[in-house]
Design a binder for this molecule. Structure first.
Ligand code: ZN
Length: 141
């Protein structure tokens, strides 16, 4: 066993302007591929118009999440950034939700609660996106 920092990434292709994409399987596969054991995982979007959250992947709730973001950030409203780039709402959604989550990892598995899934939240799609993963902890040699 050695303590390491391992970097990786998964790609996400959004198909809608607003969309929640659950990425648990991709993240689990990456943790297996690096033989992660115990540590912490950071899931981070290097984008200013998408976000990352952990919550329940129930289809109605995923629509509710997009609805509250649209209601709060008002796409097409007179935001100053819309003078140069018509996506101020998506930048503001990134500020509200945040670009990352940290998840504890024990015995190779994410310690997510029963109803927790990792959600990539697209607010200015469709686009090809990246999600950066950093595991810090023990890996099997
Ligand atoms: Zn912009």
């Amino acid at each position: 066993m050695g303590c390491k920092v391992v970097h990786g990434e998964v790609g996400v292709t959004s198909r809608e302007r607003f969309e929640v994409v659950v990425i648990n399987r991709e993240v689990e596969a990456w943790l297996r591929s690096i033989r992660a054991v115990d540590g912490i995982l950071t899931v981070y979007v290097p984008h200013t118009t998408a976000a990352i959250a952990v919550n329940e992947a129930e289809s109605g709730l995923m629509q509710d999440i997009l609805d509250i973001l649209k209601e709060t950030t008002k796409p097409g409203w007179g935001w100053k950034h819309n003078r140069i780039d018509n996506n101020a709402h998506a930048h503001l959604g990134n500020i509200l939700v945040g670009p990352s989550v940290v998840i504890p990892v024990k015995s190779g598995a994410m310690r997510l609660g029963t109803w927790q899934s990792i959600m990539f939240i697209e607010m200015d799609g469709p686009r090809r996106r990246r999600v950066l993963l950093t595991f810090t902890g023990e890996v099997e040699e």
